[in-house]
Design a protein around this ligand. Structure first.
Ligand SMILES: [Zn+2]
Ligand SMILES: [Zn+2]
Length: 354
């Protein structure tokens, strides 16, 4: 079966491999769709190490996927919870269920995490195996493509849960990638008031406006009609000096994280979500933050989020199709990773279809 195998930065090969053998507690899945995550691009270019011992391959990347069960291990079969041809997606950060964090109810902080696609072979392949404990069945009305977006959406919705946007709250979102646009929809669906979205490209900012953003700001491109060089001043003027109630940062830029603290007011919640570099440091003006009694939180993965995430998609609360801007075949993956790292201003989310 065909698999794209990542070896080391910028070296990925399409190979013919044996079908993975499933153990008693695993199922074999025929992959139907696999999203290309920003982290896949970072791994490909060597900007982020894998979770393998060496930080390198050989490893099949791809952790945002959906497909059909084609084979089950003996325990899975005996339990009767899943059947061949069931449509499923998989929660890929495989936690151990045994360590102190898992047993306290924080599987996202598992001490023995072995994620599919970063530590074990993922889904940029025709077949992938996964333990039945991490499978989630799909409603018929949820497409394979949408299902391949449930992993990032579950993470986005966890960030929004920590943000705790309430009826009428003013919110600033820093970032217009797929995650930012998912968060925007969730924040609006929770009844937030005015929502401002900041980004660096006009096309996704305009997509944000179509998805419900009340204000859009381009903080980089001074040729943009949405350009501002002082986001704090804009928020002061939009809120009459009250500042935002909540802000969230689905990008890894520390400058955006700093702005997120600065654009908020009394009792604000601020949630950091995007992945910064290993050596990045966030400096916060302490006295102002203290005297405004702000809460700064960090969101990691998607503990206990999957059932409500699938319901949100099934019930149409979150629109995912317009976020998928680029489609690829498995053969095209190497080119796709290079392309999506490039300057196309209309890219939001790339998806490999099988
Ligand atoms: Zn991802
Ligand atoms: Zn654990």
């Amino acid at each position: 079966v065909k698999a794209q195998v990542f070896y080391k930065p910028e070296v990925m090969k399409l190979e013919d491999r044996d079908i993975p053998a499933v153990s008693d507690n695993e199922v074999l899945i025929r992959v139907k769709a696999c999203g290309i995550c920003g982290s896949d691009i970072a791994y490909y270019f060597g900007k982020s190490p894998l979770d393998t011992e060496t930080g390198l391959g050989p490893l099949v990347l791809g952790h945002e996927f959906s497909g059909d069960i084609v084979e089950m291990g003996t325990n899975v079969e005996r339990m009767g919870m899943f059947h061949a041809s069931d449509r499923v997606t998989v929660n890929p950060p495989l936690h151990c269920n045994v360590c102190e964090m898992c047993t306290q109810g924080y599987p996202n902080l598992c001490l023995n995490m072995k994620p599919l696609g970063t530590a074990q072979n993922g889904a940029f392949a025709e077949y992938v195996k996964a333990p039945y404990t991490h499978l989630v069945k799909l409603p018929d009305a949820v497409s394979y493509e949408e299902a391949a977006m449930i992993e990032p959406l579950a993470c986005a919705l966890h960030g929004v849960k920590l943000l705790d946007a309430q009826l009428g709250d003013s919110v600033v979102i820093f970032g217009t990638g797929a995650i930012g646009l998912m968060m925007l929809q969730a924040i609006k669906a929770r009844g937030a008031g005015k929502v401002a979205v900041c980004g660096v490209l006009d096309y996704p900012l305009e997509t944000a406006r179509h998805l419900g953003a009340d204000y859009i700001f381009n903080t980089m491109d001074n040729a943009s009609p949405y350009y501002t060089n002082d986001i704090k001043k804009e928020i002061i003027s939009l809120t009459g000096g009250r500042m935002a109630d909540k802000s969230i940062v689905p990008v890894g830029a520390v400058s955006a994280m700093r702005s997120a603290v600065e654009v908020t007011g009394f009792n604000a919640n601020i949630v950091m979500f995007g992945l910064p570099g290993a050596d990045d440091v966030l400096e916060v003006p302490v006295l102002d933050t203290l005297k405004a009694a702000k809460t700064v939180r960090f969101s990691w993965l998607s503990p206990q989020m999957w059932p409500e995430t699938i319901r949100a998609v099934h019930e149409g609360k979150i629109q995912l199709r317009s976020l998928i801007t680029h489609h690829y075949t498995l053969e095209q993956l190497g080119d796709a990773l290079v392309y999506l790292a490039g300057p196309d201003p209309k890219k939001i989310k790339g998806m490999v279809l099988f």
